[in-house]
Design a protein around this ligand. Structure first.
Ligand SMILES: [Zn+2]
Length: 671
């Protein structure tokens, strides 16, 4: 099963930025049953969708190709140990204009557009490399050197993108690297663009929005393991590429591997709106926190009449809550940022670029695009809140709201990355939370006991299956998936139930317009058929990320690893002294809760640990272990050593391969 793991890399990288740095090669197609064809019902749904699409609409295809200097359709970027960091191989089937019955035709069109790969001239002195990663790199030519915005996900993809640029343009030094926001697909390749030495020597500025480091480091730490696993569904990381599998991820092609890096910013953009001149280029920076990312900024280049919307706009509706899990985003603020950009730059821009997908050209189209993006998030927000104020709950609102025709028919606001229903539920969650107000949902049975009772009341699994098959034949896949999922939770060894559930998940997946929803359903189908993929419990961490992590974050994470049962009744006080960074911490365990006090030492500590931050990092990076470091004298312990051993025995390790579509094992079974 080892060969299943490699495709993960992309998301190991995307989600668990703090935890995972290295990844492996794309996997060969999964073993197990071959996916089904589209059923008659799915064909009908997808053909009806096709009827709603304009067949003559070439505008986006032209926009995606405009300014092309060199196309790289067969791109494969080598990764560490000879495995590709990124490859477009396996997507040849997307050359067909005609959508197959197994892919929503609007998504098919979008997946084809995201195949544009190469170096593009945006305008005089502004270039982009696209299709070398899931995200784009933007290169602005200053008076003496280059101003690069975003460094892709890994050093390998970033280096390849820069090499393509230098193949066609003069070899000039990078004088500034700008991180548009705190997501790893926009900074992970920093060392592929610049070197830490040049930054230290003052030759390169690294510019980022206020709060960048904190957010870049923290988003995927506390819940990182669960996010990584859930991201496998969002990005379909073990799905084989093909008409019945992976076609796209909305923002671009997923599956980026390689080496993650992070060079801390030297300049923080703190004001909501400020203009800086960098190497002769004026850049208006405008902060947009709390929307697509907790720390983000858009940029306007007045000399070139270019607007860079970072990831605040994409070609399609974005996520208010990614399926991997995250703190829910603010649709209202998001809409306002786009409205502000329209107001300030709508009449002074000739081209709108972003750090994903392709540009929007010409003033009128830019204004139309920004208006529709603005109104998409506003409409979603306002209508959801209106309906929740009428008392409807999330699942009901998601069925009621239909985007107005002007937005629904516009490809630039369709949900190719986000998912409309999921976004509506996200707005509900932001204001009201998971609880829908019906008290039983404070005390509802969890999945397995609820499924057992339901199946029993329904007359047993065979009776349920019989009726579910009848509904499947009618194309009622949502209900069939829902009820057969209950059968699987009642009895995960029920092969017939798993197969019917997989068949239903798959047809739902084939009908989805959202790439991420499609990926989720197809991944679910795959696991229903083949069982859990075997996944490693740990992947090498990114040294830059570990070294930059504040100690508070380290101890916060240690806290969530504490097994409350093992800690029952234990009281323990540990002094930590980091000699090189001169940091002192007191770690306090009582009531099964681990707390800490910074800049302090307890006189009554059970044990004192003295080490360097370097040693702590080496342990985090798994270059050494705690006992080995002790033995080597890298850690000095005074006081009651046995107390330390006791504490170390209370921490959980997390495994990535936990079940998603079937019962979770009893706690500790996998320890
Ligand atoms: Zn991104």
């Amino acid at each position: 099963m080892k060969r299943i793991f490699p495709r993960l890399a992309g998301w190991l990288i995307m989600a668990a930025s703090a935890l995972c740095a290295e990844a492996q090669a794309p996997a060969p197609p999964m073993p197990g049953p071959i996916p089904n064809e589209a059923t008659a019902a799915t064909r009908e749904v997808n053909r009806a969708q096709l009827a709603g699409l304009s067949q003559t609409d070439q505008q986006d295809f032209e926009a995606a190709q405009r300014g092309l200097i060199e196309a790289t359709p067969d791109l494969t970027i080598p990764g560490p140990s000879g495995t590709p960091a990124f490859t477009l191989k396996g997507y040849e089937f997307l050359a067909n204009k005609q959508a197959p019955d197994t892919v929503n035709p609007a998504l098919w069109r979008h997946a084809r557009l995201n195949m544009a790969s190469g170096l593009f001239k945006v305008t005089e002195r502004v270039y982009q490399v696209r299709g070398h990663d899931m995200s784009n790199i933007t290169i602005v030519e200053g008076d003496t050197g280059l101003i690069v915005t975003d460094s892709l996900t890994t050093t390998e993809t970033a280096r390849a993108a820069m090499a393509l640029y230098f193949k066609h343009r003069p070899q000039r030094p990078v004088v500034a690297l700008i991180y548009s926001h705190s997501h790893i697909d926009h900074f992970g390749g920093a060392r592929g663009v610049i070197s830490g030495e040049d930054v230290a020597a003052g030759k390169v500025q690294v510019i980022a929005p206020a709060g960048f480091m904190q957010e870049a480091l923290s988003e995927n730490v506390i819940a990182g393991n669960a996010m990584s696993r859930r991201a496998m569904y969002q990005f379909g990381l073990v799905l084989p590429r093909g008409e019945r599998g992976m076609v796209d991820a909305g923002l671009g092609k997923p599956g980026v591997n390689g080496t993650i890096s992070l060079i801390p910013p030297t300049v923080a953009v703190e004001k909501p709106l400020e203009t800086r001149r960098i190497d002769g280029v004026d850049i208006v920076f405008e902060l947009t926190p709390g929307a697509e990312a907790p720390a983000e900024m858009i940029m306007y280049y007045p000399q070139f009449r270019v607007l860079n919307m970072a990831e605040i706009t994409t070609q399609g509706m974005h996520n208010l809550l990614p399926m991997r899990g995250a703190l829910v985003r603010n649709a209202l603020a998001w809409s306002k940022y786009i409205g502000g950009a329209l107001q300030r730059y709508g009449t002074v821009s000739d081209v709108l670029i972003a750090q994903h997908n392709w540009p929007v050209w010409d003033g009128e189209r830019i204004r139309d695009f920004l208006k529709k993006q603005r109104d998409t998030y506003k409409f979603l927000h306002d209508q959801t809140v209106r309906l929740l104020n009428h008392g409807y709950v999330a699942g009901e609102i998601a069925e009621i709201i239909k985007m107005p025709p002007a937005l629904a028919q516009d490809m630039s606001t369709r949900a190719f990355y986000g998912d409309l229903k999921n976004n509506i539920k996200a707005v509900y969650q932001r204001y009201l939370g998971y609880y829908d107000g019906n008290p039983i949902n404070l005390e509802a049975l969890p999945p397995v006991p609820a499924a057992l009772k339901t199946v029993e009341y329904m007359g047993g699994a065979d009776a349920v299956l019989k009726r579910a098959r009848e509904d499947y034949a009618k194309g009622d896949y949502r209900w069939v998936a829902q009820v057969t999922s209950q059968l699987v939770f009642a009895d995960p060894s029920n092969r017939a139930a798993r197969e019917l559930a997989a068949d239903a998940y798959e047809q739902i997946g084939y009908q989805q317009e959202s790439a991420t929803a499609r990926n989720a359903f197809l991944e679910g189908a795959l696991e229903l058929r083949n069982g859990l993929p075997k996944l490693p419990s740990y992947s090498a961490a990114a040294p830059d990320v570990i070294r930059a992590m504040p100690l508070d974050m380290y101890f916060d994470y240690l806290g969530v690893r504490l097994d409350g049962d093992k800690a029952l009744g234990k009281i323990l006080v540990v002094n930590w002294q980091l000699t090189d960074t001169r940091q002192n911490y007191v770690l306090n365990l009582e009531n099964s809760a681990l707390t800490y006090i910074a800049d302090s030492q307890a006189p009554n500590a059970d044990v004192t640990l003295i080490m360097t931050r370097d040693t702590l990092d080496e342990i985090s990076l798994r270059k050494t272990t705690f006992p080995a470091a002790l033995q080597a004298g890298q850690i000095v312990v005074t006081g009651r050593r046995e107390k330390l051993a006791e504490l170390m025995g209370m921490f959980d390790t997390f495994t990535l391969g936990f079940p998603m579509i079937e019962p979770r094992p009893a706690l500790h079974a996998g320890d």
